[in-house]
Design a protein around this ligand. Structure first.
Ligand code: TMP
Ligand code: ASP
Length: 261
């Protein structure tokens, strides 16, 4: 534990990240762990260097999205495992966008993995670990007041814009964006509220397949014990051009990366 981590108040610990109080009001520090879970915490493990890579990958993608006008919680990366973010009120909904059938959709509807969807599909899941994040419809979301109809409209349109942009970005580096999960939050600017993209975008919450071989390059390698898990995360970062070859593997060790840059 370094100085920075000790002096900050830990506010929340999730499965893959820890949130600390930020240096200024309205900010938080998001720390990326190497811990990985799947199937609602039933499978647990570590993916060495994942935290360092996801910190960079999420920084890169959120910055790019910011440049095309998608508001995000990301402010700046602080060091190997931490980034400064705006404190938002998280909307308790996981927004999943799908382009190609995989995962729970393949299972639930008995459709073959890899089937191209006639159009992108947006799904909502209620964020509640005890219940295993059940799928819900827009009706549940608005009836229970988790988000207003107006907020949900904004979330849908942002999610589809993000999908269009990221699909193109990944295709450019030889990866198909099969599906991914987003979280949104409310950010107040004086009296005005904005919906912003929160959490992270990384191979933990995306399915990415190599365009040529259809090889899985994401957390499914961990979920399904496919091996070469670390290598897949490294390859995604490398293709995005954010992994200088020399930094692997020494600098992504947990001990080495807790030091500030
Ligand atoms: P699914 O096919 O298991 O429903 O997952 C769809 C996408 O959402 C996939 O890219 C993985 C991501 N995801 C998460 O990030 N967190 C979760 O808890 C779940 C269930 C899926
Ligand atoms: N991250 C979720 C969990 O731990 C599910 C998943 O990604 O498969 O359970």
């Amino acid at each position: 534990m370094n100085f920075r981590m000790n002096r900050r108040r830990r506010l929340y610990e999730g499965k893959a990240k820890v949130l600390f109080e930020g240096p200024e009001p309205g900010t938080l520090v998001q720390y990326f762990k190497d811990d990985a879970t799947a199937f609602n915490n039933q499978k647990k493990g570590t993916i060495t260097g994942k935290g360092v890579l996801n910190n960079r990958i999420s920084e890169y993608l959120m910055t790019k999205l910011g440049e095309i006008g998608v508001p995000t919680h990301f402010m700046r990366r602080l060091n190997m495992r931490e980034q400064l973010i705006r404190k938002v009120e998280i909307i308790p909904i996981e927004v999943v966008v799908r382009n190609i059938v995989a995962g729970s959709l393949a299972k639930r509807l008995g459709i073959e993995e890899g089937t191209v969807l006639p159009r992108s599909i947006v799904e909502f899941y209620y964020k509640k670990d005890e219940l295993g994040d059940p799928m819900v419809s827009d009706e549940h979301i608005t009836a229970f007041g988790w988000a207003s109809p107006h907020e949900l409209e904004e979330i849908m349109s942002l999610a589809l814009r993000i999908n269009d942009y990221l699909s193109g970005l990944f295709l450019g580096i030889g990866l198909k964006l099969i599906d991914f999960k987003l979280e949104f939050g409310r950010l107040w600017d004086n009296d005005e509220m904005r919906i912003v993209l929160a959490d992270e975008i990384s191979p933990d919450g995306c399915r990415l397949w190599d365009v040529r071989t259809n090889e899985k390059m994401d957390k499914d390698r961990f979920r399904q014990d496919l091996g070469k898990v670390e290598e897949a995360y490294q390859e995604v970062a490398k293709r995005l051009g954010i992994l200088p070859e020399g930094i692997i593997p020494q600098e992504i060790r947990p001990e080495a990366s807790e030091k500030d840059e």
